[in-house]
Design a protein around this ligand. Structure first.
Ligand code: ATP
Ligand code: MG
Length: 503
């Protein structure tokens, strides 16, 4: 009997569990959304205990509905929303504070103070990152400064820090009863605390941020034959199954899209958008505002790096139209509205809900709608919302082309928004390169499964994984150069209007 691999995707909006077969096809799936907590404008939190509860529920449900027994699972991989930060008590598992979500801007002041000595790029040589509210390091500092109990416990060695993969793996492998406290290199590279070359925590940065090293997890490869721990027979998997793969969600999608060669890139259209390009075994530094980060490290191999352009708000704007404006009942309906009109009627939306990430890095930017006239209606707004995602990706591609001598020839796409034909066509038009959708779309979970299955020997190596990748749909550019350039110029003008709103 051929076995399966189980993958947990602890995402920003939901948690899912997917069981894959050897061909990378889905054999079982279950998903559950969790609560988004917004205590103030620009702040975002998650309840970590609800997330662990949902993780257990989706595992149980997927196995029950598919009739796949836990004993049929070879191993488990975990992928996660990155940077989201949590500290908890290691003897009780109780969090000291809600998890601070990656989009949250509460650390703006901390970041400004850090910049005062050495500027925004003072840690870039070591970490590949600018100082930003986005990364975990400043979020840890915020918790330690604002929750006295957490600072005290951290100094005494009673507190643990983790991003969401660390939290989930700790519970899966025993929690207070000896759970593994680990983070993989991709997640560690987003803390702004890890040295890109040594793949270890950086003492100097820890000192500057006043973070005690004893709270930090052990940094491990993304795919590791030295199993971190097994699931527990009295846990949701009911068996001892090795947990041996962990990759941050965006890097997991890169792996799931099998972008194993230098120059290969993918863009994921989910809550935000994240374009990652494999740059091989050496970190390449951007001079135009992209991040240098870990792509993956497979068992016994050298680490692989990538250049990344993150966009904070993409599908989240569609959710906002749905939940806050009640424009639509379901995300896909945004396409029905947008289809009713030929163009955006000059309307541009800059969804800078929590500032703008790459390539602008403007925490002071806020959401802006430009170019409104009495002619514009909800259909134009829907269209402008979708187009804003494509323009933000265009900003990243333009930047990546400046940093690279070779221009991007096509774009592999994945994530929830790729069901949207109008968006995909507009993306091809505005980029002027084909956009390609793979047959297996759950690339994030698949990447986590691949990491686990490579470590356990379930898959023989990356060539076998490449055979699983197949093209489904390809959108070819159809827009004239004049129109493309005129539209993009207006977009850039609109972006400049979103600056200087907060502080
Ligand atoms: N047909 C559609 N058109 C436009 N947007 C869509 C469509 N379907 C889904 N979305 C958007 O895609 C996002 C969900 O995609 P996906 O599940 O990939 O998100 P995600 O970022 O992986 O979530 P998480 O952060 O929880 O991992 C939502 O923000 C939703 O608004
Ligand atoms: Mg996701």
């Amino acid at each position: 009997m051929d076995k399966y691999i189980g993958a947990i995707d602890q995402g920003t909006t939901s948690t899912r569990f997917i069981v894959f077969n050897r061909q990378g096809e889905i054999a079982a799936i279950s998903q559950k959304e969790h609560r988004q907590i917004y205590p103030q404008p620009g702040w975002a939190e998650h309840d970590p205990l609800q997330i662990w509860q949902h993780t257990q529920e989706v595992i149980t449900q997927a196995l029950r509905e598919s009739n796949i027994g836990p004993a049929e699972l070879d191993s488990i991989g975990v992928t996660n929303q990155r940077e989201t930060t949590l500290l908890w008590d290691k003897t009780t598992g109780k969090p000291y504070h809600n998890a601070i979500v990656w989009q949250c801007t509460r650390t703006q002041q901390i970041c400004e103070e850090l910049e005062q000595h050495g500027g925004n790029d003072r840690f870039r040589d070591k970490t590949g990152l600018p100082i930003s509210t986005y990364f975990s390091g400043p979020k840890i500092k915020w918790i330690l400064e604002n929750v006295p109990e957490a600072r005290e416990a951290a100094e005494k060695g009673e507190a643990l820090f983790g991003t969401m993969e660390t939290w989930v793996i700790w519970w899966l492998t025993g929690g207070p009863r000896g759970g593994a406290h680990i983070t993989d290199v991709t997640n560690a590279s987003r803390t702004m605390l890890m040295n890109l070359y040594t793949l270890d925590w950086d003492d100097e940065i820890l000192d500057i941020l006043q973070i005690p090293e004893q709270i930090l997890p052990h940094i491990v490869p993304s795919s590791d034959s030295e199993t971190w721990g097994n699931t527990l027979p009295d846990g949701p998997l009911q068996e001892e199954i090795p947990v041996c793969g962990a990759v941050g969600d965006q890097q997991a999608a890169l792996v799931g899209q099998t972008c194993f060669q230098v120059g290969e890139a993918k863009n994921t259209y989910g809550t935000g958008c994240f374009l990652l390009m494999n740059t091989g075994n050496e970190p390449i530094f951007s001079t135009h505002g992209l991040l240098t980060t870990l792509a993956y490290q497979f068992d016994g191999e050298q680490a692989v790096y990538c250049l990344e352009g993150p966009v904070a708000t993409a599908g989240a704007l569609v959710q906002w139209l749905r939940d806050n404006l009640r424009f639509i009942d379901h995300a896909y309906e945004v396409e029905h509205l947008a289809q009713k009109v030929e163009d955006n009627a000059g309307v541009y939306i800059i969804p800078a809900f929590s500032g703008l990430l790459a390539p602008y890095w403007r925490p002071d930017a806020r959401g802006t709608i430009c170019g409104l006239t009495g002619y514009a209606d909800r259909n134009h707004i829907a269209r402008a919302a979708l187009e804003s995602t494509a323009y933000q990706v265009k900003d990243i591609v333009e930047t990546m082309n400046k940093d690279n001598t070779v221009e991007l020839q096509s774009l592999k796409a994945d994530g929830g928004m790729i069901d949207n034909h109008l968006l995909m066509q507009f993306q091809a038009d505005i980029l002027n390169v084909p956009v390609i959708r793979p047959l297996i779309r759950e690339t994030t979970c698949l990447g986590a499964a691949y990491a686990a299955g490579l470590a356990s020997g379930f898959w023989s190596g990356t060539p076998e994984l490449r055979e699983n990748w197949q093209e489904d749909t390809r959108w070819h550019p159809q827009m004239s150069r004049d129109i493309r350039e005129a539209k993009y110029k207006k977009w850039q003008e609109a972006v400049s209007r979103s600056f200087n709103w907060s502080n």
